[in-house]
Design a protein around this ligand. Sequence first.
Ligand code: CU
Length: 189
Amino acid sequence: MVRPFESRSVCYALLLLSGVAGCASHADSSDESAAVQEASNGNAELRALDDCEPTSFGALCNPAFHGGTTLAAFQAELAARMSVGKWKWSSAVNTHPGSPVNLVSRGGETHTFTIVKNFGGGRVPALNTASGNPVPAPECLQPESATNITITSGVTKTITTGNGGTLAPGHYKGQCCIHPWMRTEIDVR
Ligand SMILES: [Cu+2]
């Protein structure tokens, strides 16, 4: 479920950072596959991390989040390094077929976890350009699905694995389609 505030945040992210109009399709992509379930405890965990400072990030950042990186500092680091170190996934994840992976937001911004064939850019042209990923990964341009999952601040979502699950045994690349340098991998075997 995407609450109105979160939908607006994504729109503001797109508008503020890229000037892209027409957020409606993204904001409306609230349908979740039955395979994306509410969290349960004890699963392998993949954490989306950021450090947004709510006052300077405004609607992009959960006002209750205690991040310390101002929007100006974020933009300066991005310009200097083509990435921002505190915007990252916790680690790669190994799991066994049948054992789910929890996607856990530990940040204040909205992220996506999107399975891609090849890492690439995302949905925000300005961030694609600034991070040196001018060509979007095609999976990032698709609607919300079991393998293209929006993760708003504070939420946990679960990816199932194994027979009948979202991820069959194999090796997967996952990235954030808002911050394209946020990349990780999941191994199911
Ligand atoms: Cu992100």
